[in-house]
Design a protein around this ligand. Structure first.
Ligand SMILES: [Mn+2]
Length: 606
């Protein structure tokens, strides 16, 4: 079925269901950031392959909204007849404004209620109401029309054996909270929250070690996991049931919810779908409490044992990285022809050879020259750049280990950098160091920390369009909340304002990734993961600081040492000393890598 015939079929769906427009978001029933292809109707109907965007189809028109990361790509990929809406651009209409423009008053707009949070659905419904339009959750799934829909396959679910916190303790903590709040049950629909609570992992979504499921936790009883039964090995099933976690077929979940009566259920409206919320609302004598999921914060705050394991994961990952960068330096020196995808594949090989390697934590971004100016650039074999000439090579990559998830960006000067390149690189390095060294009051909203990182860039009237930091899971998703180091601005349809109320807490694992992008020229980003820890206490209260846990030399070729402050020079020398001392034993029998490591961590001075 081509995109055009699928689009035509969707228009048939409109007529049959007496709708004037159809909204097709990019989501799965768990509102995951990354989704299985089974849910990629938006991609199949529009041709646009990016990870975020909303398609709107009316009888005569079709338009796709996506954020600035994807404007260029969408322009290239969208099938004929679908208009590109550059979301975030001043003159781009909101979806409701555009529909108001092209539809008659009283028009009905349908959306699959499983693919939108009840919070987002309510907000959009109100917004449309004001404009005389009616948003409704569909009773039928428009994706049923999609003949080549990839089937959902469920990979085996396995124990996260390295997890130091027992699942009984995590469930008991949740039950205590339910008792305190006077709620009978908590509905968990976020896949990473379920995986974390149960210390179970899967691989249903590429690079995200989660499994499709729902979890119902009761105040007085145990919990019920709704998963694909075929994905649960018999021994695991027996163990779970012994621990009071009943297992049921995922397909029976909606019926189970609909059969509930006379209970008070706690849900997080931001991550529970409109469809599930409506089922609860229709139930007999069901009262719904809404609040932010407590699990999101518990998961974000790593215990000391978890942080110790994360340090082990960083050491492993650092070993692969220094092997790769030593190899890369030699290849470039020898004039070996090399493209972006070849370099990314080689890094993947070094990682895959590590003991306990599970997967990459996301698709490697390997971008050279002007390509690096696109923060989320994806190289494709045959269409990628060769590493030729003087510019920056930006590699953003990560891995999954049972001990933790990694995410690191390094920018390497290939050839002789110009003064302008050096000025830019040094400013980004200073931004990275300012945040790495920052001390701030415990409980400070994560947004407020952002300005500390951006100051060296703002000083030069520079800025970057993405967040400075996101939470990182513990052998889980590379992006997680609730903390986000970013000032409020448009960000891929996500509610960035949420981060304002997330207090920074000791134990949080967050990225530190300032950057600078010159369209048509180059892009620079330096990213390490940092763990929050106590800095000390004074008459003014308790203070936090960061411990940088990522271990890999930061390229010094484009650094203008005279631009760095004394404390910044000290930071980089201390960091490199730590990298050298932690990694040197792992490569002691690899003279070329060891030599590269020693040279790359040499102290610098003004
Ligand atoms: Mn990152």
């Amino acid at each position: 079925m081509s995109e055009t015939s699928l689009l035509a079929a969707l228009r048939g769906f409109l007529a049959e269901n007496r709708l004037q427009a159809l909204l097709i978001p990019t989501a799965d029933p768990h509102l995951s950031e990354y989704i299985h292809d089974h849910f990629a109707l938006r991609k199949a109907a529009s041709g646009f392959t990016g990870s975020a965007g909303t398609l709107v189809v009316t009888e005569k028109n079709a338009a796709l909204w996506c954020d600035s990361r994807y404007w260029e790509q969408a322009q290239r990929e969208l099938v004929c007849g679908i208009f590109l809406m550059r979301d975030g651009k001043e003159d781009t209409p909101a979806i409701s404004d555009w529909l108001h423009e092209v539809l008659a008053a009283g028009s009905k707009i349908g959306v699959d209620g499983r693919l939108m949070s009840s919070k987002a659905f309510s907000a959009l419904k109100r917004e449309m109401q004001v404009k005389g339009l009616e948003l409704c959750a569909l009773a039928k799934d428009p994706a049923d029309l999609w003949r080549e829909r990839p089937p959902l396959r469920f990979a085996p679910i396995f124990e996260h054996t390295a997890a130091p916190q027992k699942r009984e303790e995590k469930i008991a903590r949740l039950q205590t909270l339910l008792q305190k709040r006077g709620a009978d049950a908590f509905l968990v629909t976020s896949l990473d929250e379920i995986a974390w609570l149960l210390n179970l992992r899967g691989s249903d979504i590429p690079h995200n070690p989660v499994f499709y499921s729902f979890l119902w936790v009761e105040k007085n009883a145990g919990a019920t996991l709704f998963a694909a039964l075929s994905a649960v090995p018999e021994t695991l099933r027996a163990r779970l049931e012994k621990e009071g976690i009943a297992l049921r077929n995922k397909d029976g979940f909606e019926a189970f919810l609909a059969a509930q009566s006379a209970v008070t259920v706690l849900i997080d409206e931001g991550n529970t779908s409109e469809a599930l919320t409506e089922i609860l609302q229709r139930g007999e004598a069901i009262s719904i409490q809404t609040d932010k999921s407590p699990v999101a914060l518990w998961k974000a705050v790593k215990t000391e044992e978890e942080t110790d394991l994360i340090r082990c994961a960083m050491k492993k990952d650092g070993t692969a990285l220094i092997r790769f960068y030593a190899w890369l330096e030699k290849a470039l020196r020898n004039g070996t022809p090399l493209t972006e995808t070849e370099a990314a594949a080689k890094l993947g090989e070094f990682r895959a050879a590590l003991p306990g390697f599970v997967d990459l934590s996301f698709e490697t971004i390997c971008a050279f020259g002007p390509n690096a100016a696109l923060p989320h650039y994806q190289a494709h074999p045959g269409r990628d750049a060769a590493l030729v000439g003087a510019s920056f090579l930006l590699i953003d990559s990560g891995a999954q280990f049972q001990e933790g998830t990694t995410d690191i960006t390094r920018t390497t000067a290939v050839g002789e950098p110009t003064e302008e390149m050096k000025e830019d690189y040094t400013a980004v390095l200073r931004a990275h160091i300012r945040l790495a060294k920052a001390r701030f009051p415990e409980g400070l909203p994560s947004q407020a920390v952002d300005a500390i990182a951006r100051e060296p860039l703002w000083e030069r009237l520079c800025d970057y369009g993405h967040g400075t930091g996101h939470g990182v899971g513990f052998f889980l998703n590379v992006h997680e909340g609730p903390q986000r180091i970013s000032y409020p601005r448009f960000s891929a349809g996500r509610d960035t304002v949420l981060s304002a109320s997330t207090a920074m807490v000791s134990g949080m694992l967050t990225s530190n990734e300032p950057g600078l992008y010159r369209p048509g020229k180059w892009g620079i980003r330096i990213e390490n993961l940092v763990s929050n820890r106590k800095a000390g206490e004074s008459e003014f209260g308790r203070f936090l600081e960061f411990e940088t846990v990522t271990l890999c030399p930061i390229d010094l070729k484009a650094v203008l040492a005279e631009r760095l402050l004394e404390d910044e020079i000290r930071w980089i020398n201390d960091y490199h000393n730590l990298v050298l001392n932690t990694l040197k034993d792992a490569v002691k029998d690899e003279p070329e890598t060891l030599d590269w490591l020693i040279r790359s961590t040499r102290p610098i001075a003004k």
